[in-house]
Design a protein around this ligand. Structure first.
Ligand code: NAP
Length: 209
């Protein structure tokens, strides 16, 4: 059975996204600068640069290996509509997933097929239905709950998240989209599996007890 995992970057004060992060207003409260600091550990990894068409170069080593492993293990992604909306205007034409992506939304929309194996399916029937579709598509590979905070919270509340991978970046946002809120009882218990030091983030991996 597929493992269901979360792999995200978090500010030191617990935010997944800075306040006002919208593509319509790139200057709002300097969100771009904050986002850059949150993602600095990722965007210069060789594997990621290749995926985003940033050109050759980039860091190699344990963090790069971890990023590669994350993408290679993933057979299906699930995300929220706000994450999708931002990606739709900023991902390269070959969106960096190469799997089916199930977008939780109230909007009715036909699947959006991208070159390179990524198809976005717009799911109106809730998180359990999206997870069932993702399990079928992923086969023996794993399912990544890609974000944002709203969607991760729903899957944590369903008790189906097996692994929580957090890149804790040394930046304070002060406000924005908090990851750990709206969580209901009983909460899943995790234990620490691994900790990896990097120059721009500490990589924490928790596994369900
Ligand atoms: N730090 C990281 O690693 C990381 C990773 C991923 C994303 N992010 C950031 O996180 C932010 C987005 O997170 P977010 O929490 O604001 O939003 P989100 O989880 O991406 O999307 C929430 C939206 O998805 C739709 N939705 C969610 N659950 C649904 C359900 N059960 N049924 C129907 N529709 C549902 C609703 O939109 P509609 O009602 O409009 O359909 C809802 O407003 C973005 O800024 C993104 O860049 C950060």
């Amino acid at each position: 059975m597929s493992t269901v995992f979360v792999n995200i970057a978090l500010s030191l004060d617990g935010y997944m996204a800075p306040e006002g992060m919208t593509m319509e207003d790139p200057g709002y409260k300097n969100w771009g600068e904050k986002w850059g600091k949150l993602m600095a550990w990722l965007l210069n990894q060789q594997y990621m640069r290749e995926k985003l068409n940033f050109g050759p170069g980039g860091e190699t080593g344990p963090v790069n290996d971890m990023v590669r492993h994350t993408f290679e293990r993933t057979g299906a992604n699930i995300m929220g509509k706000r994450m999708f909306d931002q990606g739709e205007v900023s991902w390269p034409e070959e969106a960096p997933f190469h799997t089916p992506v199930y977008v939780l939304t109230h909007e009715k929309r036909d699947p959006w097929v991208r070159p390179g194996g990524t198809t976005f399916y717009f799911i109106n029937e809730g998180p359990e239905h999206a997870l069932a579709l993702a399990r079928e598509a992923a086969k023996s590979r794993d399912i990544r709950i890609s974000g944002g905070a709203d969607v991760i919270q729903q899957y944590l509340n369903l008790g189906v998240v097996d692994e929580l991978e957090i890149a804790l970046a040394p930046v304070f946002f002060g406000s924005g989209r908090r990851l750990f809120e709206n969580l209901s009882e009983p909460r899943t218990q995790f234990h620490i599996d691994t900790v990896l030091d990097g120059p721009n983030a500490t990589h924490l991996r928790y596994v369900r007890q």
